[in-house]
Design a protein around this ligand. Sequence first.
Ligand SMILES: Cc1cc2nc3c(=O)[nH]c(=O)nc-3n(C[C@H](O)[C@H](O)[C@H](O)COP(=O)(O)OP(=O)(O)OC[C@H]3O[C@@H](n4cnc5c(N)ncnc54)[C@H](O)[C@@H]3O)c2cc1C
Length: 429
Amino acid sequence: MKTIVLGAGIVGVTSAYYLAKAGHDVVVVDRQGEAAGETSHANAGLIAPGHSFTWNSPRAPKLLLQSIWRDDLAYRFHFSLDPRFWIWGLKFLRACSAESARANTLVKLRLCRFSQQKLEEIAAEEGLRYSQFKKGLLFFYRDPAHFEQGVKNMTLMKEHGHTVEVVDAKRAVEIEPALAPIEGKLAGAVYCPTDGSGDCRAFAVQLTETCKRLGVEFRFDTAIRGLETKGGRVSAVSTDKGPVTGDAYVLSLGSFSSIIARSAGLEVPVYPVKGFSLTLPIDPALTPSVGGVDEGSLVAYCGMGDRLRMTATADFSGYDNSHKPADFDSMLAVARELFPKGVDFSKPQYWSCLRPMTPDGPPIVGRAPLENLWLNTGQGHMGWTMSAGSSRILADLLLGRKLEHPAEALGLERYASAGRGNGRRAEAA
Ligand SMILES: Cc1cc2nc3c(=O)[nH]c(=O)nc-3n(C[C@H](O)[C@H](O)[C@H](O)COP(=O)(O)OP(=O)(O)OC[C@H]3O[C@@H](n4cnc5c(N)ncnc54)[C@H](O)[C@@H]3O)c2cc1C
């Protein structure tokens, strides 16, 4: 059986890995020159089941509206004429009730926990080294009322088996001494000791080498133009280097999945939300080993050996992934405040990329209405954390194996507009 995986981001590479392990002939196609060349390149690195809340909530519409006239570090909303954005936005709003947000957060939490386990299994089995830290993550607050709300929200995680500790400023600094400069400003923190961090790009690049040893062929520098279909099946992937054909096709193109799916008449509601990423050299002796999120500014950070990675902002500006130095000013200010020592601010590396967001939170994993097309996309703001788990589920579905993790809540059929039936379903183990 020959499977074509579209996309060599973290989701495509982990999909290729599981399929190759099961004996498939696998070809991976990507327009970049190496794996993880786009969104998986420089994310915040957090492996964070404790942060698996959906962006949907009863408060979200108001927050997004406010961002239109505020120059907000966390959210930026640009008015768009793109009808796909408004269709996505209506679906987003429909999923903002407290009940939907709770249900979808739990789907994400379970998937994140499963996925963390799978990531660690792959890393151990294949000997991957990716600046991994397994000392937990700290989600810290400066404002007492915000802290109280954060603690309340975390009850959901706790009730569903995630280890959560509520800590005061002193204890937060004991856990991560690098936070000492802001101890006096902290209202408190939530500590998730089983969360962790690591370099997603390093993981993907090394796993690509493992895949090659397993016989996977990578066709880099190859731009996909669309899907060719015949008789309700995909017959080929059309690329700038000619058609690529197989028996099955896995769509893992991040935010671009929806564009390529449309060439086959399929609506996949994944829309881009841009984020900004800053990497700074840091004295390895001062690197934080417990990453986290500054919940006030929503700046996420972690240490990666001799580098400090920080990311911020949900910028709704369509497929524009450009950036300018001014986009990083607020993040640099947070970096100077949190890590005044040991960081070389003269050599910042700037990056921006597109989170592939579904309107309700969980990714889309499963069969598409086309017989031999499979979807593994829309992991959104948690795609590093959810990649291995999503890809394991995808591989189990495609291979007709018993599922280790339920897939029902992840199918495309949950969106009414997809409504064309979505192939077989496998029973959860
Ligand atoms: C600022 C920021 C911070 C984040 N922080 C975290 C975090 O801390 N923890 C976490 O779990 N997640 C985080 N994420 C989310 C995570 O990075 C993404 O969900 C994940 O990288 C998506 O992986 P992917 O493989 O789906 O997409 P991508 O990595 O974008 O891969 C898609 C691939 O498809 C290729 N492609 C697209 N179109 C075409 C085409 N037409 N032809 C050929 N190839 C094509 C691209 O080149 C790319 O390699 C963050 C995201 C951002 C933006």
